[in-house]
Every structure is written in structure tokens, then in C-alpha cells.
Design a protein around this ligand. Structure first.
Ligand code: PMV
Length: 360
């Protein structure tokens, strides 16, 4: 498919008003997206577990404006209160997607959104919020084109979400979503995320992700700035090639459930992501001392118990602790006994692999 496939034919009629609401989960990348080309095209493919509990719930009220209205018209409420500092991000998003949703200038929108996780927990909410908003907008497009098929609906929602925040395209479906062209994955595309259809071993069913909130402050370097630093990065070419190989390795891990290899790929990806940050110019570090203490403790616990628990990181100091459901009680006890002390205000979120966005 090409971008052109997402440009709709002219509308025959516009409906006067309506309301829709979607909930979208966050996702955690196993093979990381870091570096992008123009129009939010990823420099390398990535693959993620969709989460279940950490989610954004967004509702969209739409009302037809007077004929000939120009520009975008919307109000935004976050956790029940007007949130004007989020508006520029939505404005940019609307500009990027206006070609694909020409109705955008013809409606006034009331966007109401809230997260299931604590505000400013350091968890990136852009993935879940852009996914939920894209689905709400697709719901309006569906009302205008009732014959639209379901596959196209979700593909285009992912396509739009990508234009809001790259990794958001992986929050539409679940449990495992791949994004970016990869020779081993049928129908993979740089334009949208694709539900992983390969065989998946039972050990990954309900795989657990306990998110340790190490640092809830604003990130010093945004992911937009971080992606940009992959241009002219001395290790970029090797890194992008490695991501392709790691996806190939994960496809065999998913099939045979080899958790030793899973741990190797996932932890190496997390450390490589941060190594890219530390070796760009300017260089920066998003991990905190507590991040490293937690990693050391996870390694020591794994060696002592042989329980296949591992970590991954996103673009921040928080640690995602990944492990099979069968080990849940023991690992949670370990987290409470040994890791919570390194979380800001002792906060963590128990999540697990989930099945994607849902209409409310
Ligand atoms: O979607 P963005 O532009 O916020 O970038 C996300 C990048 C990582 O979270 C670090 C990796 C990933 O693939 O999700």
C-alpha cells in the first residue's frame, strides 16, 4: 500500500454531529525504533508487545462548522480540565493528517482525554493518546463511508497514529505488532503497524511487564530530538542493520519460546538504544543511577534463581521488567523486596501483554 491509498474520495454528505470514544493501550518495544526519515518513516523496523492496563481513553465530540470555515477548530480537555499546552501537538498532528482526512477543517472537535496511569509518571502517553485519537477520527470517517472494511479501518488508524507519534502505530492492535519493512514479515510496512501473525509459543501468553517508575520528571531530551541525532550518527548504519537481524531472531524466539535468546535480544536492544544516545553528538544520558542498580539486581536475581526475568527501557529512566506469567508471584515479591526502593515514591505499574485498542 502507498500513502495515496489513504486519501479518501470526495464525501457525498457530511453528518451534522456525533460522538465517539476509544481506549488505546501503551506498548513496549522489544526491538526499538530510534531514527527516522521524513514523514515519520522509521529508519529501521521495530516490534513491540502491546500493553493492557496502561492506556488512554479519548472521546471526540464533532459538530459541523459553517460552510467555508478555515483552519482547525478544537478544544482539548485532559483529565477533566482544559489543557491548552497540548494543543500545538494536536494542531501539528491535524496538519500532517489533513490530506488523509479532508473533513478535519469542516468540523469543530471537543477532545476529552485521560490516562489510566498517573499523570507525569514518565510513561510516554503519546503512543496511547495518538492511537486513541486516530481511532476516534476513523470512527467519524467510517460514519461518512459506512461500506469501509474493518481491515482498512484499523490499517488507516495505525497510519494516522504513526503521523502523530511513530510508536503510536503499534498501539492499535495486539498482542505483538511489527512496524517497518522487514523481509521476513509478510505485509510489513513503513506506513503502519501490522499485527504479528507468526506462531507464538504459549510462554508469551499474558507475558508480564511491571513498569518501575524511576524518574517521573520531564525528559531532558525529547524523542523527536533523539531520533534526529541518528542522522550522521557514527554507528547508525550498523544499528539499523542490527534491528533487522534482531527481528529475525525474535521471530524464531516467538515460535520456539527460547527465553534465553529472548532475554539476550531484548536487553541488548534496550542497552543499544541508550548506547546510541550516549554516542550521538551532542551525547546525552537518560538513565539514572537507580536504573543501573535495578538492572544489576535483575541480573543477580536471574543468576541466583534461574527465573527468566529481564528488563527493557524506553527513552527514559524507567525500567520495564518482563517475565512469564507462571513466575508472577515470585518476581513480584522480588520487585517489592528489592526494586521498589529505587522507584520514585515507590511507584510501579503492573501490566501485561494486551490485545489492542477497544471502542468504548
Ligand atoms: O514514538 P516516538 O517518536 O516517541 O519514539 C519512541 C521511541 C522508543 O520508545 C525509544 C522506542 C520504540 O520503538 O518505542
Amino acid at each position: 500500500m502507498t500513502e495515496q491509498d489513504f486519501v479518501p474520495s470526495p464525501y457525498e454528505h457530511l453528518i451534522p454531529q456525533g460522538k465517539t470514544s476509544w481506549r488505546s493501550p501503551s506498548n513496549i518495544a522489544l526491538v526499538k525504533y530510534w531514527g527516522k526519515l521524513a514523514n515519520q518513516i522509521p529508519a529501521n523496523p521495530s516490534i513491540s508487545f502491546t500493553l493492557n492496563t496502561a492506556e488512554t481513553i479519548t472521546s471526540l465530540d464533532y459538530k459541523l462548522r459553517k460552510k467555508g470555515s478555515e483552519g482547525f477548530s478544537f478544544d482539548l480537555r485532559f483529565e477533566g480540565k482544559p489543557k491548552d499546552d497540548f494543543k500545538p501537538k494536536i494542531e501539528t498532528f491535524f496538519h500532517r493528517i489533513a490530506t488523509y482526512l479532508p473533513f478535519l477543517t469542516q468540523y469543530h472537535f471537543e477532545i476529552d482525554t485521560h490516562n489510566s496511569f498517573p499523570h507525569s509518571s514518565g510513561i510516554a502517553s503519546s503512543a496511547s493518546s495518538m492511537a486513541a485519537l486516530s481511532l476516534c477520527l476513523m470512527e467519524l470517517e467510517l460514519a461518512l463511508y459506512p461500506e469501509m472494511d474493518e481491515n482498512y479501518f484499523f490499517k488507516k488508524a495505525s497510519f494516522l497514529a504513526r503521523l502523530g507519534s511513530g510508536s503510536a502505530c503499534r498501539s492499535i492492535k495486539g498482542p505483538i505488532v511489527e512496524w517497518g519493512h522487514h523481509k521476513g514479515i509478510n505485509n510489513s510496512s513503513d506506513l503502519f503497524g501490522t499485527l504479528y501473525k507468526g506462531e507464538v509459543h504459549a510462554v508469551f501468553q499474558n507475558y508480564q511487564d511491571t513498569i518501575l517508575l524511576v524518574d517521573k520528571g520531564e525528559k531532558k531530551v525529547s524523542s523527536t530530538a533523539g531520533h534526529a541525532l541518528m542522522h550522521n550518527h557514527p554507528f547508525a548504519r550498523e544499528r539499523f542493520a542490527q534491528a533487522h537481524e534482531n527481528i529475525t531472531r525474535l521471530t524464531s524466539v516467538f515460535k520456539d519460546g527460547d527465553l534465553d535468546l529472548f532475554i539476550q535480544v531484548v536487553e541488548s536492544e534496550a542497552l543499544t538504544l541508550h548506547a546510541m544516545m550516549m554516542t550521538s553528538l551532542p551525547y546525552f544520558i537518560l538513565m539514572k543511577p537507580q536504573t543501573l542498580v535495578i538492572i544489576e539486581k535483575i541480573w543477580a536475581y536471574r543468576t541466583a534463581t534461574q527465573i527468566p526475568v529481564c528488563f527493557t527501557l524506553d527513552a527514559g529512566a524507567n525500567v520495564h521488567v518482563l517475565y512469564p506469567e507462571r513466575d508472577r508471584d515470585k518476581v513480584l515479591q522480588f520487585i517489592k523486596n528489592e526494586l521498589v526502593a529505587y522507584c520514585e515514591n515507590g511507584q510501579y505499574i503492573c501490566d501485561q501483554i494486551g490485545y489492542g485498542s477497544k471502542k468504548v
